[in-house]
Design a protein around this ligand. Structure first.
Ligand SMILES: [Mg+2]
Length: 387
């Protein structure tokens, strides 16, 4: 096939690995025993003939930059960035050989939007221009401390909070939910994340729930009016998730951030594992492929609430996606000061996403995904370059 060069023809791909500081120590519930003072991201720029640059970012360090350089760049050079559907299979195939590179589809849609002069959400049929968010916490804290935190986040404008369940005795975590209900009644929607779907290797002492533990906790959470329980069982325990869901009434089951590929989400939907699907545009599948998952979910009566705890660029890509679909649920907004305030995730951006007075995130109305880069900060924290 002869390819004619156009303004959106890809001429080069460059990656920078950033090691970004956190304002103080952060103890992620999902990384038992670990203390984080910085986080890594790989910022990727796709350059085109006409000068438009598409930007994306992976949640990782050099392994993704190397995978893009080896398995993606050779197949993208000379191709039209504004034709993402032609290129999406390259990202699926790359995962056979290396870490996921699904974030690359974000850069292509960023170029397509900029070339068309339209925000991506609008190109995809904009269903809303702002999305209600929940405040996603990341640490395990005492009931007293979480009550204090939730007074602050309600003042900030949030209407919902997500807690982590990682204590040795899950009863201690349930006590936190009970304390919040007692203090705030129905003023605060509560979600719970158990992170049981799968862990990064190397974190000893993780308590893996069996089916009966998951059921017992789920029934308690249902009694307490919790909105959803996230990742109560391993990510491929399709039968267990379905059996658990069958035992529940008002409590929704959520999950999917650790599942990959359009077809695996089809399996999750067909098995009836979840009420709320949580794929992430930089972890699980290409951002437009997630929109196809959203359509299958819509037909099955399910909701979408993408995982967003990667970086601010991933968060905005997921935001455009949910703004374009009718079956969006609460949107994840990571915010757990002092270690991980919302600004930490987006420090490389000129404008840091923040909620409006109704606890919603407004979808940027600039072309593409609608963010600008703080080049000075990025240069300061760049630790590696590729391409
Ligand atoms: Mg989660």
């Amino acid at each position: 096939m002869t390819r004619v060069s156009t303004a959106t023809t890809i001429t080069g791909i460059t990656s920078r690995v950033l090691d970004l500081p956190l304002p103080s120590e952060f103890r992620p519930a999902w990384g038992r025993g670990s203390v984080q003072t910085t986080f890594f991201m790989t910022l990727v720029e796709v350059h085109t003939e006409g000068g438009i640059v598409g930007v994306t970012a992976a949640e990782a360090r050099s392994e993704v930059a190397v995978a893009i350089d080896r398995f993606v760049t050779p197949h993208l050079l000379g191709r039209d960035a504004a034709a993402p559907e032609q290129l999406a299979p390259i990202f699926n195939d790359a995962e056979i050989l290396g870490p996921p590179v699904y974030c690359m589809e974000v850069a292509l849609w960023d170029i397509a939007g900029k070339a068309a002069g339209m925000p991506v959400a609008k190109m995809w049929g904009q269903n809303s221009d702002r999305v209600p968010v929940y405040c996603a916490t990341g640490e395990v804290r005492s009931a007293e401390r979480r009550v204090e935190d939730c007074h602050r986040i309600l003042d900030e404008g949030f209407r919902a909070v997500k807690l982590r369940f990682h204590s040795d005795d899950p009863r201690d975590d349930i006590d936190v939910v009970e304390a919040l209900r007692k203090e705030f009644g129905e003023r605060l929607a509560i979600m719970v994340d158990a992170n049981q779907a799968g862990l990064a290797p190397g974190f000893g002492g993780h308590l893996q729930w069996d089916f009966h533990t998951a059921l017992e906790i789920a029934l308690e959470l249902e009694r307490l009016g919790v909105t959803w329980l996230e990742e109560p069982l391993p990510r491929s325990d399709y039968g267990g998730l379905r059996r658990l869901r069958d035992r529940l009434g008002t409590l929704q089951l959520a999950g999917g951030e650790n599942n990959h590929g359009l077809h695996e989400f089809k399996v999750l939907i067909d098995h009836g594992c979840y009420d709320v699907l949580q794929p992430d545009a930089v972890l699980s599948e290409g951002v437009y492929q997630l929109r196809k998952i959203a359509a299958v979910a819509e037909a099955a009566g399910l909701l979408m609430a993408p995982h967003t705890w990667t970086n601010g660029i991933g968060l905005l890509a997921n935001l455009h996606l949910v703004a374009s679909i009718p079956n969006a649920s609460w949107f994840e907004f990571p915010h757990d000061p002092p270690g991980w305030p919302a600004s930490a995730l987006s420090q490389m951006l000129v404008e840091k996403p923040w909620i409006d007075r109704d606890g919603c995130l407004v979808v940027p109305d600039q072309p593409g995904f609608g963010f600008g880069l703080d080049e000075e900060l990025i240069e300061h924290y760049t630790v590696e370059r590729t391409g």
